[in-house]
Design a protein around this ligand. Structure first.
Ligand code: GDP
Ligand code: MN
Length: 323
């Protein structure tokens, strides 16, 4: 009968082995991690988490960036975990150095002052290079040129939920430019004149210190490569503020996106459960939890922390459905 015919049909169809889950991602997109060799362990645990929760079904390429050559161990262990192609690139010296116009005597004095005041990373030069690189250079790295989209991943993060769809496709289809999970206030002392400089560039406005927490980003590379953003970055860089102060890439990206991207092109990934110590947030709806998609406590939710900017986000983005 028909039962036998089915049994004799040969090997089980590929769907039995999760072919539905096995389709490759189709966007020009990469998972990108700027990382030091010394952070190997944190890098591996982040890759494991992103692979398990998302990329094992999409196999997007990983791009690893470093100001120093990656060690053989770093390459061996990270490429072993990635389910897609891997690429390792050393950042050109110009993209990780102090520009000539910066007065290093003033810079050193300011770094010392900030260190004494215990301003977070205030005394660190490498952190300044990192922030400047993430503000104005990552999207133009040779290895990034072939991509339109990136998902920034840092060592030591956690994802609490399965991501069963392609967020890059979502971004493209919905004309989104910038996606974030956590938003909070910046430490005023790290960006004393960033807003004045921005106003100088633009001639108006006021800054509430809110920024998207840029250790997670899914966003358009084309946006950063645009003339508006590039000119904004070049102007900021010309003031030396990345070195005299300690401007973070988070407020720079956030202000840039706020100024040059349409409001409805910014997306809050409210379905993502995410942690970058010391902050974490968990989807608040029932379905994310009853479906088994997420494992996190709904009480652990930075969105409702007094330091979160999400209440302000919701106020200006009423109607986007994330309340
Ligand atoms: P925090 O998240 O603000 O505390 O800063 P992190 O130490 O996590 O740095 C942000 C990102 O830049 C992480 O992905 C780090 O791995 C990376 N990073 C920071 N400093 C350096 C550095 O000197 N060299 C390299 N290659 N990566 C760095
Ligand atoms: Mn970090």
């Amino acid at each position: 009968g028909t039962d036998t015919a089915e049994l004799e049909d040969g090997p089980p169809s590929a769907t039995c082995f999760g072919a539905e889950l096995g389709h490759n991602g189709t966007e020009k997109a990469t998972l990108v991690m700027l990382v030091r060799n010394s952070e190997l362990h944190g890098a591996l645990s982040s890759i494991r988490m992103v692979e398990d929760r998302f990329n094992r079904r999409f196999h997007y390429p990983w791009t690893f960036l470093n100001d120093k050559p990656f060690t053989d161990d770093f390459i061996k262990y990270t490429s072993g975990l990635a389910s897609g192609p891997v690429e390792y690139a050393v950042i050109p010296e110009d993209d990780w150095s102090i520009p000539d116009h910066v007065n290093t005597t003033i810079m050193r004095a300011e770094m010392l002052r900030m260190a004494k005041q215990e301003i977070i990373y205030g005394g660190s030069l490498s952190y300044r290079h990192m922030c400047r690189f993430n503000s104005g250079f990552f999207y133009n790295q040779e290895v990034m040129r072939k991509y339109d989209w990136y998902w920034r991943v840092e060592p030591g993060i956690e994802l609490y939920c399965d991501i069963n769809y392609d967020p890059f496709t979502f971004m493209r289809e919905n004309k989104k430019i910038y996606g974030f999970v956590i938003s909070m206030y910046e430490f005023r002392d790290t960006i004393t004149t960033l807003w004045d400089r921005t106003r100088q560039f633009l001639n108006h406005g006021d800054y509430n210190l809110c920024h998207f927490w840029s250790n997670f980003e899914i966003a358009s590379l084309e946006f950063y490569r645009s003339e508006a953003y590039s000119r904004y970055f070049e102007f900021l860089d010309s003031t030396g503020g990345f070195f005299y102060e300690r401007w973070g890439d988070a407020p720079v990206h956030s202000i840039g996106v706020g100024l040059f991207a349409p409001k409805d092109s910014i997306h809050h990934f409210a379905d993502f459960g995410y942690s970058h110590p010391p902050c974490a947030r968990c989807p608040q709806d029932d379905e994310s939890h009853t479906s088994g998609r997420c494992v996190c406590s709904r009480n652990k939710n930075f969105d409702s922390d007094s330091y979160s900017c999400l209440p302000r986000w919701w106020k200006v983005n009423r109607g986007t459905g994330w309340i």
